[in-house]
Design a protein around this ligand. Structure first.
Ligand code: NAP
Length: 493
């Protein structure tokens, strides 16, 4: 059922508009605000307080003041808060989904999928919180003892992007809460509303004041700068573009901060001639079109064995042609708009350059006229191997297809990127799966699967795609520091 304007207005009116500092929603210290837009219409949908550097410092003050008590809070209590938040989000799943559709543009069905996926991090880390094991052993010399325990890292700065407004926040807040860290969360200014509602739910679930502080605003560096320079901060966890990640790593060096960096991707989607072609097309649609292609895991380069390239490209273009662009709140919509006009221009520039270099637009290839920032789902055939579109993160609904002849060549082409986040491999040959997976330089490999993100799996990349892992057993370790206690021989006289 298409959503009514009254329902949209009522939901938007329920979202807190202030900064969350020390458990209270406050105005900005200078009274400043910023607007949030619906990318399907370009209209303003909310106005929020815009944090100043002073507000950012107040948020860190609150996180620092709460840290000692929070670290001593029993793991079971922290676990129960996460579990309660998981249940509250389930109860309000439709609100979270609609809010993401309104501020980010993804169709409601996809937004519902993100609520399920993002919320799972709260459940997963509620379970991990009470299983944060240390170890006890005797030294190899057989006398002294070694005791190893995990402790929370301390106050963290969490910076999230606009493309998955709930999941990127829960993927950081979940493990930080589980490990006993306090936080300052800085959401992307294009999509801050979901984080506001999420923070309200965390308070309702019983999170003490000061443990989670949320500061959105017009200037990311005015917020993060003073926090990064402050020696009370112990960690920065960032998800976003590689250039900003690099800058934050340089800034982090000054205070020797722990860092987790989830950066850009350029995922190869490799299809061998022995693949089930229909399954490969289905996987290609999921890997390319989830979030309108605006995902770090989005398939960015389709490497298809030359013997099946024509058939794959035709079937893929037919499936892309069946998609229905439209505002995400409409029942018929299966593809939303891009996040803003600049993003759409960037996508079109990459497509135009590829076509000028000899690629063929098998379908799409143009922006869609009218309100919002829509781009036609596009398949490009015969893309030359040196085209810019194969080297840059497209972040849009565009699939460039190129070919290879041998397994060795496919591996070489896949690795010819500075990024190493997600990759996809379609073949029915399990031995080939192991061979290729071992040789490709990517943090994640989807084998006959177009979607691989899961709270129970370690998400992350190598090379210019970043450092550290989110989710899985590895996720909580990013927020823990190891302490070793050396114990003298208890049998010594
Ligand atoms: P972005 O421009 O790097 O922004 C990400 C976040 O960093 C936003 O909160 C942004 O704030 C903030 N930021 C920007 N400049 C900053 C600075 N100088 N200092 C501190 N913070 C700063 O990236 P985006 O366009 O939002 O997101 C798209 C990128 O994220 C893509 O490259 C994508 O691949 C990557 N991504 C990676 C993963 C992963 O897990 N590896 C997941 C999702 C997305 P403002 O919004 O206020 O500018």
């Amino acid at each position: 059922m298409t959503i009514s304007p009254e329902r949209e207005a009522a939901l938007l009116a329920s979202v807190p508009t202030g900064l969350l500092i020390d458990g209270e929603w406050r105005d900005a210290s200078d009274g400043g605000t910023f607007d949030v837009h619906d990318p399907a219409t370009g209209k303003v949908i909310a106005t929020l307080a815009s944090a100043t550097s002073e507000d950012a410092k107040a948020a860190l003050d609150a996180a620092d003041a709460a840290q000692a008590d929070w670290a001593r809070t029993p793991a079971r209590v922290r676990s129960d808060i996460l579990r309660r938040a998981f249940e509250l989000i389930n109860e309000r799943a439709e609100d979270f989904a609609l809010l993401m559709t309104l501020e980010m543009g993804k169709p409601l069905a996809e937004a519902r999928g993100e609520v399920a996926y993002g919320n799972e991090f709260l459940r997963w880390f509620s379970e991990e919180a009470v299983r944060d094991y240390g170890r006890y052993l005797t030294t190899p010399e057989g006398k002294n003892k070694i005791l190893v325990q995990n402790k929370p890292v301390g106050p963290c700065l969490l910076i999230t992007p606009w493309n998955f407004p709930l999941a990127m926040a829960t993927r950081k807040v979940g493990p930080a809460v589980a490990a006993g860290c306090t936080m300052v969360l800085k959401p992307a200014k294009l999509t801050p509303l979901t984080s506001q509602l999420f923070a309200a739910v965390m308070l309702e679930a019983g999170l003490p004041a000061g443990v989670l502080n949320v500061v959105s605003g017009n200037s990311a560096s005015a917020i993060s700068g003073p926090i990064m320079k402050d020696r009370r901060l112990r960690k920065v966890s960032f998800t976003g573009s590689t250039p900003v990640g690099r800058q934050l790593l340089k800034d982090a060096a000054d205070n020797v901060l722990r860092t987790s960096m989830e950066l850009g991707g350029n995922a190869p989607f490799i299809v061998f001639e022995d693949a089930d072609l229909d399954k490969a097309v289905e996987g290609a649609m999921a890997a390319k079109m989830r979030n309108m292609g605006e995902a770090c895991t989005a398939a960015n380069r389709f490497l298809v064995q030359d013997t099946i390239a024509e058939e794959f490209t035709r079937k893929f273009a037919e499936a892309m042609g069946r998609l229905k662009p439209g505002r995400g709140t409409e029942d018929s919509s299966t593809v939303g708009p891009l996040i803003d006009g600049g993003a759409r221009d960037d996508v079109h520039q990459l497509v135009s350059a590829a076509v000028s270099a000899g690629a063929e637009a098998v379908c799409g290839g143009e922006p869609i006229d009218g309100d919002g920032y829509f781009y036609a789902p596009t398949v490009l055939g015969n893309v030359p191997n040196d085209a810019a579109i194969l080297n840059e993160e497209i972040f849009g609904p565009v699939a460039p297809v190129t070919t290879f002849e041998t397994e060795e060549q496919a591996i070489r082409l896949a690795n010819a990127s500075e990024y190493g986040l997600a990759s996809y491999l379609f073949t029915q040959d399990y031995a080939r799966m192991f061979r290729v997976a071992e040789q490709i330089e990517f943090g994640m490999v989807g084998f006959n699967a177009g979607v691989i993100s899961n709270a129970a799996a370690p998400f992350g990349g190598v090379k210019q795609s970043g450092l550290g892992r989110e989710g899985g057993a590895e996720g909580i370790a990013e927020y823990s520091t190891v302490q070793y206690i050396g114990i003298a021989d208890p049998y010594a006289e």
